[in-house]
Design a binder for this molecule. Structure first.
Ligand code: SF4
Length: 506
């Protein structure tokens, strides 16, 4: 059992005074869950309803994964439990939480006494099929309005069965046990007037504590949603289109109200393409004037300006992060990334002038069409950036993971031995570059992620076994004991030419 800690702004409602008990689950650490805007968004949206009590559950770092943070409410006492699946591999934790909470893991084994299990998040909005046997309903796409439809369905039904039938009538809700045909992903066209949580939960823990969210104690503010670019490998660029931006006025209003209701002085701007907000510089200058600390996520190199960087450095963000994806301009162009070497080098030069201390670069290794020269071009680019900027350069080089719905959904992943060989080339080239370091995802975990991204419903049995055994060995044993292809699924070119399991999601 973990030691307890307090939080600002948590809701504690009397469960006798509401119609619906909702358990909001994040199948990973408290820190990861509280870093995501979705947690704050749905937690506030549900608790602001007088008919619903929403309490949170995390797999790790709270007193129990199956007793709520707020009141210790047992997971299975909820009418509905909703998971956010951000990363595919978290499915193991989801299954473990169901088992620990004494909720039957298979949807067909649940009875009227069991909660309804709903899952949303980017991993399932691409391809829910590998998880379908564990889930009663998936919320595909953006859940801002759908969440209220789910509560209404529960309130207006007399039985669990009836609620599930009603859920199947909500557009963009996929109920695996009911034949529905095509499911259309929910996309909200205009996010400007959309509800945004301003009273956000902040843990009362020492700075740097392992439970502190990634951005520290900060107000999360969604500036953009989706992305207007469609890089061929990128899930967000394909399932969350078009890219949308909140107006400057709306963002400012959220911040003004947010810092009144949430006891923090830092704002973390959230969005896959924050740099696409035209008034980003004005917003940063405004926050600086208000003496707010702030952070921005990775920016596109072509959207970086001297002023942006100066403002960031002034408020303490001393690392510039961006993603060239590959060192080769030609390959980058063919990916649809639209960044030239010149953009990247210019950004590196500006980082030094602005007073940044480090640069972090993201690359993908093993991309379709990547040649030996392309692999070597990563080292060449890092050397150029290091020479131009004189700064410490951290390289994050990760294996290509094909994702459903992207232009690369039928592209096989390279064999693990080949990915390892290519990563070794990058590592070797970086050894001679002063102040550079490299980190990368183990290709075996990339293989698991790819299999889950591209798999079909047969994988549920492998997932179940892997959840029992745990770790990498658990996946191997799962594959062996079920006889279902798993580790080679994402590099089985033939299989990827068949009908795709996610083709019913549009
Ligand atoms: S990689 Fe970045 S720029 Fe490209 S589509 Fe994805 S979020 Fe947009």
């Amino acid at each position: 059992m973990q030691e307890e800690f307090q939080e600002h702004n948590a809701y504690l409602k009397d469960s006798r005074n509401v119609d619906v008990l909702f358990g909001m689950c994040y199948p990973s650490t408290y820190r990861a869950g509280m870093t995501g805007l979705a947690t704050h968004l749905f937690y506030s949206a549900l608790n602001l309803r007088s008919d619903t009590s929403c309490e949170r559950y995390f797999r790790y770092d709270t007193r129990s994964p199956v007793h709520s943070v707020e009141s210790g409410r047992p997971l299975r006492s909820n009418h509905i439990i909703g998971f956010t699946l951000t990363y595919e591999n978290d499915i193991l934790h989801l299954v473990q939480m169901l088992e620990m909470g004494e909720i039957p893991i298979w949807n067909t084994a649940r009875t009227e006494k069991d909660p309804i299990v709903i899952v949303g998040g980017p991993a399932i909005s691409g391809n829910p099929e590998p998880y379908r046997d564990f889930v009663d309903a998936f919320a595909i796409g953006e859940g801002d309005f759908v969440i209220h439809g789910i509560i209404e369905a529960a309130k207006s039904s007399n039985t669990r069965r009836e609620t599930i039938s009603r859920l199947a009538t909500i557009p963009s809700v996929y109920v695996p046990t009911i034949e529905q045909g095509i499911i259309k992903r929910s996309i909200i066209r205009d996010i400007d007037d959309l509800f945004h949580p301003t009273q956000q939960v902040v843990p009362i823990v020492p700075d740097g504590d392992r439970r502190e969210p990634v951005f520290g104690k900060a107000l999360l503010v969604e500036v953009t949603r989706g992305c207007k670019h469609s890089c061929k490998f990128c899930l967000i660029g394909h399932i969350s289109r078009p890219g949308r931006t909140r107006s400057l006025e709306s963002v400012k209003n959220i911040i003004i109200e947010g810092i009144q209701k949430t006891p923090v002085r830092k704002v973390a701007l959230i969005g896959s393409s924050v740099g696409d907000m035209d008034e980003l510089e004005d917003l940063m200058a405004w926050m600086e004037k208000k003496e707010l600390e702030f952070s921005v996520p990775s920016l596109r190199a072509d959207r970086i300006t001297k002023n942006t960087l100066k403002l960031l450095a002034k408020v303490g963000q001393r690392t510039l992060t961006f993603a060239p994806e590959t060192g080769s301009e030609e390959l980058r162009r063919s990916l649809g990334k639209g960044l030239s070497d010149e953009h990247i080098e210019r950004a590196a030069a500006m980082a030094t002038e602005a007073g940044m201390r480090a640069i972090k670069l993201y690359f993908i290794v093993g991309l379709p069409g990547e040649t030996e020269e392309d692999v070597k071009s990563i080292g060449t680019m890092v050397r150029r950036i290091s020479d131009i900027s004189g700064l410490k350069v951290t390289v994050s080089a990760n294996p290509f993971i094909p994702k459903a719905h992207t232009r690369f959904e039928r592209e096989p992943q390279l064999p693990i031995s080949e990915i390892r060989r290519r990563l070794r080339i990058v590592e070797k080239d970086l050894r001679n570059i002063p102040h550079s370091t490299i980190e990368s995802l183990d290709p075996r975990f990339a293989r698991i992620q790819a299999a889950l991204s591209l798999g079909d419903r047969s994988l549920s049995k492998v997932i179940w076994k892997a959840a029992q055994y745990g770790g990498l060995g658990g996946w191997r044993r799962g594959e062996k004991e079920t006889g279902i292809e798993f580790f080679n699924l994402a590099n089985n070119g033939e299989r990827l030419q068949d009908t795709l399991p996610w083709s019913f999601i549009r």
